[in-house]
Design a protein around this ligand. Structure first.
Ligand code: FES
Length: 152
């Protein structure tokens, strides 16, 4: 499917651009480089307008993600509960910086801005699993569990 054919059904609908971008991400796993030009043409917008929408929402990915995505909360409550130290420790443990994907494409680290677990900060998410009172050991074990389940 071309990008245009994915997004055309959403033209003229309320919230059409955002829904179309989600459809592209679902289909491709991320928003490819030419999405701004194609969406601008199909929706009769400027590329800057499309770029503004994409950059506003953290859920839109501009590059392929790893098979397992580890999201570490970078919002206030988690920062106050040792979130920065946790990020530094996780980056060291996985030899990746926030926002990076491993060369083998098995793991992505990224920040997230509140997981709704503020009372159990610091919080993280591994795939679709929430990790309360997160530490590097809990996260690493959850990553391994997620990988094993994917293999079996
Ligand atoms: S601030 Fe981290 S879960 Fe809400």
């Amino acid at each position: 499917m071309t990008l245009a054919s994915i997004i055309e059904p959403y033209v003229g609908k309320t919230g059409g651009l955002i829904t179309a971008l989600h459809a592209v991400q679902k289909e491709r796993g991320f928003l490819p480089e030419d999405i701004e030009a194609v969406a601008a043409e199909v929706f009769n917008l400027t590329r800057a307008e499309v770029r503004g929408v994409i950059s506003f929402y953290h859920d839109f990915k501009r590059a392929p993600q790893g098979e397992t995505v580890v999201r570490v909360c970078a919002a206030e409550a988690c920062q106050a509960a040792g979130g920065r130290a946790l990020v530094a420790d996780i980056e060291k443990a996985f030899a990746l910086k926030m926002g990076e994907t491993s060369a083998s494409k098995d793991l992505t680290l990224e920040p997230v801005y509140c997981l709704g677990l503020c009372s159990c900060a610091p919080a993280a998410m591994v795939g679709d699993r929430l990790v309360a009172r997160a530490d590097t050991d809990k996260i690493a074990k959850t990553v391994e569990k997620t990988k094993k389940e994917r293999v079996s």
